[in-house]
Design a protein around this ligand. Structure first.
Ligand code: ATP
Ligand code: MG
Length: 488
């Protein structure tokens, strides 16, 4: 376990100890070490006061009221998963939090004398474990039996859950986030505590809710996390619009209720992107309010467009970035795109690409796959979707245009002194057809030389030369693409 602790972290611990203070690594990083996961960040706790920490580490900064000093160290890889270099270790003085009158921030931060006091303010038993290093040996301080709970995969508050959630409402969302990130169960009393105090969520800033929600959505068990938000009652304060689909049946095409289908679409979403997963969860958000009729023939006209608007409102309220909000909204707006190989022309696929952008097409297909799998349809990518991918690949080759050439019409007019006219376009077409076959020809000198020769040909000849080559090439590409997408 000690081997996994980065050298700069060990050095900070040693320096504090050799200056006569106690120092421990603590919190999530100890939990992650015990579970053999890569810690997201490294937290050190000490009885040295912030000013004393700053004296020991002159290259440090103290810019908050919570007793946390950022100590600058040599660059180290903080998290192998993210593969990012980091150079700050947070050193926090032991503290005890006094009264929380606004349910989110302690009124006052008091420094504590002992590690035990500091551990008692932490949220869950698994996060209240400290580790002290002595030479090459270590001691674990675990007053709330966090190691046992880690082994049993249980999330349990330190002390009485009612008190702890009444103090700080964000802890309730953290519990659900750990449930979906770690796959741990929320212990019964802890769960009851959330059920009792969920209304305190209204005091929590939307940004903080968003951060936890994004982590739930990006975790390995996002559907379990979302369903836990529902079961605990927390969802009413996060995305109440999702609750409107609970128990609402659909029509003959669907076996699940709107809510269940939404959660399953998220569960089966093939993409790891936040935007695509959010779109999978919210794609039918407008179904409850657009539902007309009951039973097998109920309809949901316009739910895609209305849903795009509702999703935008939800994501703006939660302070997701503009880019995320726009992308999710776009994917929802277009999730009902019609595609049937027998009926749909290449030009309509081109129009779809133009509407959503080539860069979003794969994500849109992923939302469609999520939608299908979340409906209980067994096949993720039926022939129709594979065929669509093939046509998309094919029509995006149409982008092959004279624009990709290293020379343009103006160059021809200048260098070859040709007057403006159709011959210029014809020469560029021939050049393009040659470049498609051999990209090494796409350099200025060669193209100008070749253009000089071509200029001697008449217009009809030139047109014939270009067409022949391009048609040949397109046919070849077509065969290749069909093979790639299994639609031969
Ligand atoms: P991760 O880094 O994976 O998000 P973490 O448990 O390390 O998980 P941090 O937000 O980094 O979470 O917090 C570090 C530690 O601070 C926690 O392990 C916990 O001991 C304590 N802590 C964080 N937030 C709270 C809170 N709201 N109430 C009580 N203790 C908290
Ligand atoms: Mg952490």
């Amino acid at each position: 376990m000690i081997k996994k602790i980065p050298k700069p972290v060990k050095e900070v611990l040693e320096k504090l100890e050799s200056s006569g203070f106690e120092a421990y690594i603590v919190g999530g990083c100890v939990r992650d070490l015990i579970m053999d996961r890569n810690p997201k960040d490294w937290d050190v706790t000490t009885n040295a006061k912030p000013e004393e920490v700053q004296k020991i580490f002159p290259d440090s900064f103290y810019e908050n009221e919570f007793g946390t000093v950022g100590v600058k160290v040599g660059k180290f890889i903080k998290n192998e998963d993210q593969n990012k270099e980091h150079d700050v270790i947070e050193v926090t003085t032991f503290r005890i939090e006094s009264k929380y009158s606004d349910k989110r921030r302690p009124d006052q931060v008091r420094f504590a004398e002992t590690l035990e006091e500091d551990l008692s303010r932490r949220d869950f038993t698994m996060n209240a474990i400290a580790l002290r290093i002595k030479d090459s040996d270590f001691t674990i301080i675990d007053p709330y039996a966090g190691q046992k709970d880690i082994e049993k995969k249980i999330i349990r508050t330190v002390g009485d859950p009612h008190e702890r959630f009444d103090e700080d409402a964000l802890r309730m969302m953290r519990a659900v986030r750990f449930h979906s990130e770690l796959g741990f169960e929320i212990e019964k009393n802890t769960f009851e505590g959330i059920r009792r105090w969920h209304r305190h969520m209204q005091h929590i800033a939307q940004e903080r809710i968003k951060d936890e929600l994004a982590r739930i959505i990006l975790s390995n068990n996002p559907a379990e996390g979302i369903d836990m938000l529902h079961k605990t009652g927390l969802m009413n304060y996060i995305i109440p619009e999702l609750e409107k689909g609970v128990g609402v049946s659909q029509n003959r095409h669907h076996i699940y209720t709107i809510y269940k289908h939404s959660v399953l679409a998220l569960k089966f979403c093939p993409s790891k992107k936040l935007e695509v997963r959010l779109a999978a969860l919210l794609h039918d958000i407008a179904k409850p309010q657009t539902k007309k009729g009951e039973g097998a023939y109920a309809t949901f006209y316009n739910h895609d467009h209305v849903g795009a608007r509702i999703a935008r409102k939800i994501l703006e309220r939660l302070r997701f970035s503009n880019d995320t909000t726009e992308k999710v909204s776009l994917l929802i707006d277009n999730h009902m795109f019609y595609y049937n190989p027998e009926e749909v022309s290449e030009s309509s696929v081109r129009r779809l690409i133009k509407k959503v952008g080539l860069e979003n097409i794969k994500d849109l297909i992923d939302v469609r796959i999520a939608d299908r799998l979340g409906s209980g349809v067994p096949k993720a990518k039926p022939y129709k979707l594979r065929h669509l991918e093939y046509v998309i690949d094919k029509v995006s080759q149409d982008a092959i245009s004279a624009k990709m050439l290293k020379i343009n019409g103006t160059d021809l007019m200048k260098e070859l002194k040709i007057t403006p006219g159709p011959k210029i376009g014809a020469i560029l077409d021939v050049l393009l057809s040659e470049v498609i076959e051999d990209v090494t020809k796409n350099n200025r000198e060669y193209l100008l030389e070749r253009a000089k020769e071509l200029e001697k040909e008449d217009l009809t000849n030139l047109r014939g030369m270009a067409k022949e080559k391009i048609d040949e090439k397109k046919e070849e590409e077509d065969k290749e693409l069909k093979g790639k997408h299994w639609v031969k």
